[in-house]
Write a protein that binds this ligand. Structure first.
Ligand code: SF4
Length: 332
């Protein structure tokens, strides 16, 4: 259970139900009032070596911008929702590209405003829309603090139509199992070989527990997908990913396998990751591999085309072997 060492909060959070709840829940935790969650000068000035300590803070405010980004993968829109950032520390975390070392967890207490906008957009649309609400954080982890997932699901499924989806690397899903979700929630579990989880995805749930969570969600009638993400091409990657896919085929229940679908995302990396990881985790694995990676503009790196293609062919073969006929929505 994440227990913040210090809370930075915007004064007006006390005007919101969730804000009041959090102030009461953390009444014994030291607090610092801030003007704006986006610009905490004290944090911006800290050295990269402070990254791990910075992740122990919790920032609470209100979300001011609510711009939807069209999306054409699992959802129709990426929607800013109740949190951004995260208290875990995956060494490749995409949020570091946006927030740099300030990718600690921020909670936004104006959840009614955000959910109402989703519902209005959904009900106005002729087409049945799916909204990705977890692209800025991990909502299962956030739920441990806020209880926002049952709140969201219960309120959303009372609306006329539409679906919500979110990815996670965590197994604490028991809260949502008994809910009457009406088949309108799609949970996508992100998986990696356990060796990569241990060496790279610090603070997340272990593979075995993620797989158990998939089985429980499927049993509770949720539609569940599997994200093999991000694929990290360490030296023995073929062996690791083949074992992972075989393990999934052995451990998932028949019910979970029946409707499962896959997404595959290869790791991207950046100069900012390199700087933070070198200073915050000096003895850990080096994810930047000059032999295998190439620039992708503005300090970003991706796997070279032919290496990525080899990876894609291999993973498709393995999925075809162990999950014949199951949909692979996309490989990026
Ligand atoms: S769990 Fe997700 S959001 Fe959190 S650090 Fe890892 S990749 Fe980032």
């Amino acid at each position: 259970m994440f227990k913040p060492k210090c809370i930075y909060f915007e004064k007006n959070i006390e005007n919101f139900e969730l804000g009041k709840f959090l102030l009461e829940k953390y009444k014994d935790i030291p607090k610092i009032e801030i003007e704006n969650h986006n610009n905490i000068e004290e944090m911006r000035k800290k050295p990269n070596s402070e990254f791990i300590n910075m992740k122990t803070n919790l920032i609470i405010g209100t979300r001011k911008t609510h711009k939807y980004t069209p999306n054409h993968k699992v959802s129709d829109f990426l929607v800013p929702y109740t949190s951004s950032g995260c208290s875990a520390m995956c060494m490749y975390c995409y949020l570091v590209c946006n927030y740099n070392k300030c990718s600690y967890m921020r909670l936004f207490v104006n959840r009614e405003e955000m959910l109402n906008k989703i519902i209005r957009t959904s009900e106005k649309s002729e087409k049945e829309l799916t909204f990705e609400i977890g692209s800025n954080s991990d909502l299962v982890l956030e739920n441990e603090i806020t209880g926002n997932l049952p709140w969201t699901i219960n309120n959303f499924v009372n609306s006329k139509k539409g679906k919500l989806t979110f990815p996670t690397k965590f197994d604490m899903i028991d809260d949502i199992l008994p809910l009457n979700h009406k088949g309108r929630i799609i949970v996508r579990m992100s998986v990696n070989p356990d060796e990569i989880i241990r060496k790279v995805e610090f603070g997340t749930s272990r593979l075995e527990n993620r797989v158990k969570a998939i089985n429980k969600l499927a049993e509770a009638g949720y539609k569940v997908g599997i994200l093999i993400a991000p694929v990290v091409l360490v030296e023995n990657w073929k062996q690791l990913y083949s074992n992972l896919i075989k393990y999934l085929s052995e451990q998932l229940t028949e019910k979970a396998k029946r409707e499962i679908f896959f997404e595959i995302i290869f790791m991207t990396y950046s100069y900012v990751h390199k700087m933070i990881n070198n200073e915050a985790f000096p003895n850990q694995i080096q994810l930047f591999d000059q032999e295998k990676m190439t620039g992708r503009g503005r300090g970003k790196y991706m796997y070279k085309k032919e290496i990525r293609e080899d990876g894609e062919i291999f993973l498709r073969e393995q999925l075809n072997r162990y999950f014949k006929g199951k949909t692979i929505l996309y490989v990026v």
